[in-house]
Write a protein that binds this ligand. Structure first.
Ligand SMILES: [Zn+2]
Length: 274
């Protein structure tokens, strides 16, 4: 299980309040969405810490508090939630390269579910304290700008639960269902070598990533239920039981899960003869 921090972005009063528009306040919306993201992640068994500061004298004081809390907790993944402003429309997610795929999943989920512009992944290591984390390279961090609070078109589509679902689904790379909405993670392409696995934050995912990196055009995919295997040339799998996956999976391409990650790793080494 993973440890997450979910930062609510801004203070309710003082020197670091958020943006406003169309009758909404950013610092209120980020708390509403953020709390549902926390509930969503906890529903899947993960540990989640809220990073919430209601008053700061300045932006610097606010950022210092947030970054230092995150560094102290040392999460598997840091998540910061904001609403954009300044005359645009749609969603963008800032992050570091460690979580680029996660950022893109959140972007495409929100863009698809709300039918709004996908402004995509932006590397925020240099520009944003909540992504760069004062030079910490070991904690993956992302910052979601859910939509533009000064865009009436974006605000007219506001649905707090759906935003939370899109973010949770993007983080966990799996479908979640709330509000009668099913969020897909959007992995659909013609694939050459796909290594599937079932537990992203345990050893199986790491082994799958290693295996995929050694295969031509290899990718590792956690959400094995969403793959159209008829479009995959070769399917591989790590962990669980072979029957978990797909009829397209050949026994010679399956690494059985061991009693722990080291046993699985030994099974993997035996399979590939290294
Ligand atoms: Zn903001």
């Amino acid at each position: 299980m993973a440890v997450f921090t979910v930062d609510f972005g801004h203070c309710l009063s003082g020197g670091d309040t958020g943006a406003g528009g169309n009758g909404y306040r950013e610092e209120n919306l980020t708390r509403l969405i953020g709390n549902l993201v926390i509930i969503g992640l906890r529903n899947y068994g993960h540990t989640v810490h809220a990073i919430q500061l209601d008053y700061a004298n300045s932006v610097a004081e606010s950022l210092n508090y947030r970054v230092n809390r995150i560094l102290a907790i040392n999460p598997t993944q840091s998540i910061s939630i904001h609403i954009n402003a300044g005359g645009g429309t749609g969603v963008e997610v800032w992050g570091d390269n460690l979580c680029k795929d996660m950022c893109n999943r959140i972007c495409s989920n929100i863009s698809n579910q709300f039918d709004m512009d996908n402004r995509g992944f932006k590397n925020g290591c240099e520009d944003l304290a909540l992504v760069g984390l004062y030079g910490s390279s070991s904690i993956p961090a992302l910052l979601v700008e859910c939509f533009f609070i000064d865009s009436l078109a974006d605000c007219n589509k506001l649905n707090i639960q759906k935003y939370a679902d899109c973010i949770v689904a993007g983080i966990l790379n799996q479908a979640v269902e709330k509000n009668n909405t099913i969020i897909e993670e959007g992995v659909k392409f013609n694939m050459k070598n796909v290594v599937v696995f079932t537990r992203e934050f345990e050893g199986d995912g790491l082994i799958a990533q290693m295996w995929a990196s050694a295969l031509p055009e290899g990718i590792a995919v956690n959400n094995y239920k969403k793959i159209d295997y008829s479009k995959v040339e070769n399917v591989y799998a790590v962990g669980g039981n072979i029957g978990t996956y797909t009829g397209y999976l050949k026994p010679e391409n399956f690494v059985a899960g061991g009693a722990d990650r080291w046993a699985t790793l030994r099974n993997f080494q035996a399979k590939i003869g290294k």
